[in-house]
Design a binder for this molecule. Structure first.
Ligand code: SF4
Ligand code: SF4
Length: 449
């Protein structure tokens, strides 16, 4: 029998110590409320406790020992999408993502979840995502389920409904026929004169569910004069672990990736996943420098070398749309007669502040008409594993998103993050919109090939 550690609640350490942001960072929130209407959970429920301002207040009270780190606090923090829409509109410069991830790390350290939740979190964050071999094995099992007729049977007999899994199962990604792991260690030469030499960050689950997207990314980059290297030894970026508060795992993965990507000299490190890109650019948050304020004081062995590496790496990190827009498209593009709309990925728009680059690339394709999507800056409900942990809310947000997407009359919804692709593809199926869902890179690949 597995023994689950149960701990008594104790007031957590005050802000500015034990890995928490400094008081100044919390105090930047002046309670103006300008973020409330941008917050998807506040818009859904209208509750202060589920707003950015309310959550910051709760984090501060917990840090002061005036609010127990108990069920209520955990519920409101768990319900946050970590979409960071509140950061974009905040006039005071509150770095909400940093605060909520620190809050989640506190929860991970000081709160006992139910046995089921503890097991699931431990399995996913500690025993699956950091291990490519286990991801491949799990993917093969899911593929067997999807291709053998078991999935059809489970859906047709209502077995999934009986188990309460029917809605979650619809969000399950389709496993690829071949995995991207086989491309690790390879180099793809530039077509025509070489304009840049880049490394591709291939992702973790993306290697078994988005192998074709990674291949399309390589085709588009090489067609535009980039030599692409896919470094061997790279691991999951740690974004899911960092967002869930499992910080020790995120730090280990980051250290490994820093070593792998800084082994060679690249003009840029490229990702096609906005969620990963945001964390990769913020490895500096995981390894704050000595002079980064009280946040850094907890590190027993402050490692200036890893901090310096994180800064060097962050300077090279680029989302593929950002990189191509900066470089300029050189490959000839054929005409595509398509009316499309664009859904901003939260971690591209709010996390990385990249808004124009994907739109510029979409408009560059002859024949493509881009229609703006109402509320494109609002989360689709994907948010990492949010659609699995908070399925009802994720589906509610998705329903609104699909309604807006349909109102544009677009034949295709374009976005810039694999998680959003999965969610929007599920949305198109559930709501029978008949819309195709594409990554910006897939649109370009279609126009190039
Ligand atoms: S907009 Fe910024 S300062 Fe204003 S309440 Fe929201 S987080 Fe606080
Ligand atoms: S991260 Fe998103 S869901 Fe969380 S408080 Fe900010 S706007 Fe709301």
């Amino acid at each position: 029998m597995i023994e689950v550690p149960r701990m008594k609640w104790q007031p957590p350490p005050a802000a500015g110590s034990a890995g928490l942001p400094s008081w100044d960072e919390y105090l930047r929130c002046v309670h103006c409320g300008l973020c409330l209407n941008s917050c998807p959970t506040y818009r859904l429920w209208g509750m202060e406790a589920d707003s950015p301002r309310g959550r910051i207040r709760q984090m501060m009270l917990v840090n002061q020992g005036e609010l127990p780190l108990g069920d209520s606090f955990v519920t409101h923090i768990d319900r946050c999408l970590d979409c960071r829409a509140c950061e974009t509109v905040c006039p005071s410069g509150v770095e909400y993502g940093k605060l909520v991830e620190a809050g989640r790390a506190q929860i991970e350290r000081n709160y006992s979840r139910s046995l089921g939740a503890w097991l699931a979190r431990s399995l996913v964050y500690r025993h699956l995502l950091p291990h490519p071999g286990r991801i491949a094995l799990a993917a093969r099992l899911v593929r067997l389920y999807q291709r053998s007729g078991l999935q059809w049977l489970a859906r047709a007999t209502g077995a999934l409904r009986l188990l309460g899994l029917a809605r979650r199962e619809r969000l399950l990604p389709r496993i690829d026929d071949h995995f991207f792991f086989s491309q690790l260690g390879k180099m793809f030469p530039a077509r025509g004169p070489r304009r840049a030499r880049v490394a591709l960050f291939a992702g973790c689950v993306a290697q078994v569910t988005f192998a074709r997207l990674n291949e399309a990314t390589i085709r588009v980059l090489t067609a535009n004069g980039c030599e692409v290297v896919v470094p061997e030894g790279q691991l999951c970026c740690g974004a899911l672990a960092a967002h869930a508060g499992v910080r020790d795992v995120a730090e280990e993965l980051a250290q490994r990736n820093l070593d792998v990507f800084l082994r060679d000299d690249f003009d840029a490190v490229i990702t096609n996943a906005a969620g990963c890109g945001s964390t990769l650019k913020e490895y500096t948050h995981l390894f704050p420098a000595e002079n980064d304020g009280p946040e850094s004081q907890h590190r027993e062995h402050r490692d200036t070398e890893v901090t310096e590496k994180a800064h060097r790496f962050a300077a090279k990190m680029r989302d593929v749309t950002e990189f191509l827009a900066e470089l300029g498209l050189a490959a000839p593009l054929r005409e595509l007669k398509l009316r499309v709309t664009y859904q901003d990925s939260c971690h591209l728009l709010h996390g990385q502040k990249v808004r124009e680059a994907p739109r510029k690339l979409i408009r560059a394709v002859p024949g493509v008409e881009l229609v703006e999507l109402p509320f494109s800056d609002q989360c689709c409900g994907s948010a990492g594993v949010y659609n699995v942990t908070q399925t009802e809310t994720a589906l509610e947000l998705l329903a609104g998103k699909m309604q807006h997407a349909q109102s544009t009359g677009a034949q295709a919804i374009v976005t810039a993050n694999p998680g959003c692709l999965l969610q929007l593809r599920a949305g198109a199926e559930i709501h029978h919109t008949g819309q195709e869902v594409l990554h910006v890179v897939e649109l370009l690949d279609r126009a190039i090939s």
